[in-house]
Design a protein around this ligand. Structure first.
Ligand code: ATP
Ligand code: MG
Length: 139
């Protein structure tokens, strides 16, 4: 199968808890190669645009507030079957339902503050990668 990409963000809760290093270690141990990485604080406007697909959902306001509440680490990750394998590595959206050993089981505290983002399709991975990075930044 062709090697492909997914986009992750280490969310503000995990950054505040000092888990950037732990999560990157799990990501690399999971066989993902980092193609691009950036540490920055999204404004509310930028976070709102990233999550525009969820604009109609009841938690949208809360999600945008949270994602702009502190810095994140955004990264493009490369691996065969990247999207599905990364979602397996991070576990279910709700950490209470996340399989033992997954990143969300280890580092997330609630369904809203769930430590990491992972793209949900190849199409969205490409869109989300180009949201955070210029093509020249992907190595
Ligand atoms: P992500 O897109 O962050 O990888 P996901 O694909 O598992 O997570 P989505 O349904 O895309 O889940 O929801 C996006 C994000 O919105 C979740 O990661 C979580 O932070 C937040 N969220 C989802 N459901 C709820 C909820 N019921 N209450 C509060 N926040 C929620
Ligand atoms: Mg999602």
């Amino acid at each position: 199968m062709a090697t492909n990409i997914t986009l992750t963000m280490i969310k503000p809760d995990a950054v505040r808890a000092g888990n950037i290093g732990n999560i990157l270690k799990d990501i690399e141990a999971g066989g993902f190669r980092i193609k691009a990485m950036r540490y920055y604080h999204m404004s509310k406007t930028v976070a709102g645009r990233f999550y525009e697909v969820h604009a109609e959902r009841p938690f949208y306001g809360e999600l945008v507030e949270f994602m702009s509440s502190g810095p994140i680490v955004a990264a493009v990750l490369e691996k065969e079957n990247a999207v599905a394998d990364f979602r397996t590595l991070i576990g279910a959206t709700n950490p209470k339902e996340a399989a033992p050993g997954t990143i969300r089981a280890k580092y997330a505290t609630s369904i809203g503050e769930n430590a990491v983002h992972g793209s949900d399709s190849d199409e969205n991975a490409a869109l989300e990668a180009s949201f955070h990075f210029a093509s020249r930044d992907m190595i």
